[in-house]
Ligand binder design. Structure first.
Ligand code: PLP
Length: 349
């Protein structure tokens, strides 16, 4: 087969029809690869082939990013194991581990991923951490973790494989909430794990079938459809986000902007563009609410990575972890001048 470049591989071909059948009949009394949907299904299989190609590994779909996190911990670790999780990253990851998985016997330590990880069985990194936008020195972090015998998982939700391929930096697993920029249209809930080693994929696939943390055919189809434009979307969303970050940094009502494109030298060693996500601080929670309610174009909603921009005060979900005036903005595909006009009027003088 011709060795097409990535963007061609993404764009070419038709998306297969959605096969919703939960069973396929045996042939000669022998179950085929899609004999029961909890085990595997055709659209999921195709999405996994594409994700494995993009990540340079062996991919598996899950019901959501959180489902993928649950599967990784329960399938790979034993009770009593320790996970070191990047602080300032997705709060649900820490909340899941510190509550539900801690009850099962997991020890959890949050650490600053711009420094060294503490001793652990598994190190969990999140470049362009949501919402604090920190960026680890990936090569050093992987080398440090491996020399201490730890597994490395990189949550690459914000950047996507278009900007960063953590398996190439030695990570053992890469996780995506495909709900975000991969599917890209705020209409599919889905998780992906890509494994460096085929045997790890087998292990996780076995766990997935038994636990039932599986992706349905329809969201998998939306992923296959949405991902065709991924490279273009990431490029445009990143350039608009950089421009807005620069303008926000100059705005009198903005105290602080977090975006690795604004001079994070470590991030610049790993990526050419910095993704759709940024966060910035206004004076306090009241001002943050005034900005949220003052928006007319940007949606005051959660989530990130979609074609439509979204903004929210994160303190409503993680009040002990972020400043009360922190606003998280996920930049979509709208015209940069329309986005800026909306932000400027909502921020006021
Ligand atoms: N990882 C990151 C960085 C996220 O932002 C999210 C969700 O916001 C998740 C994981 C969990 O993904 P999902 O909502 O698909 O379960």
């Amino acid at each position: 087969m011709t060795d097409y470049r990535r963007d061609t591989r993404l764009a070419r071909g038709q998306v297969p029809p959605v096969d919703r059948a939960t069973i396929h009949a045996y042939e000669n009394a022998t179950p085929g690869p899609f004999f029961y949907q909890r085990d595997a299904h055709p659209v999921g299989f195709e999405a996994e082939r594409l994700m494995g190609d993009l990540d340079g590994g062996h991919a598996l779909l899950f019901s959501s990013g959180a489902g993928a996190t649950t599967a990784l911990v329960l399938a790979l670790l034993e009770p009593g194991a320790t996970v070191a999780v990047a602080e300032g990253g997705y709060f649900g990851t820490l909340a899941l581990m510190e509550t539900e998985l801690a009850r099962w016997g997991l020890n959890v330590v949050a650490f600053d991923q711009t420094g060294e990880a503490p001793d652990a069985d598994l190190v969990w990194l999140e470049p362009c951490a949501n919402p604090m936008l920190t960026f680890p020195d990936l090569d050093a972090a992987v080398a440090g973790a491996h020399s201490a015998g730890a597994i490395v998982v990189v949550d690459n939700t914000v950047l996507s494989p278009v900007l960063l391929r953590p398996l190439e930096h030695g990570a053992d697993f890469v996780l995506h909430s495909a709900t975000k920029i991969l599917a890209g249209h705020h209409d599919a809930l889905l998780g992906v794990v890509s494994c460096a080693r085929a045997e790890d994929r087998e292990r996780l696939a076995g766990f997935r079938t038994l636990s039932g943390i599986v992706a349905a055919p329809d969201p998998a189809w939306l992923l296959l459809r949405g991902i065709k434009t991924l490279a273009l979307r990431v490029e445009r969303q990143s350039s608009t986000a950089l421009e807005l970050a620069r303008r926000l940094a100059e705005h009198p009502a903005v105290r602080h902007v977090r975006y690795p494109g604004l001079g994070d030298d470590v991030a610049a060693q790993y990526v050419d563009a910095f993704g759709p996500l940024l966060s910035f601080d206004v004076a306090d929670g009241e001002k943050a609410t005034r900005v949220e309610t003052g928006l007319t174009l940007i949606e005051n909603a959660t989530s990130l990575g979609g074609v439509g921009s979204t903004l929210e005060a994160r303190a409503r979900w993680e009040p002990t972890r972020v400043p009360p005036g922190l606003l998280r903005l996920s930049v979509g595909l709208e015209d940069v001048e329309d986005l800026w006009a909306d932000l400027a009027q909502a921020l006021g003088g």
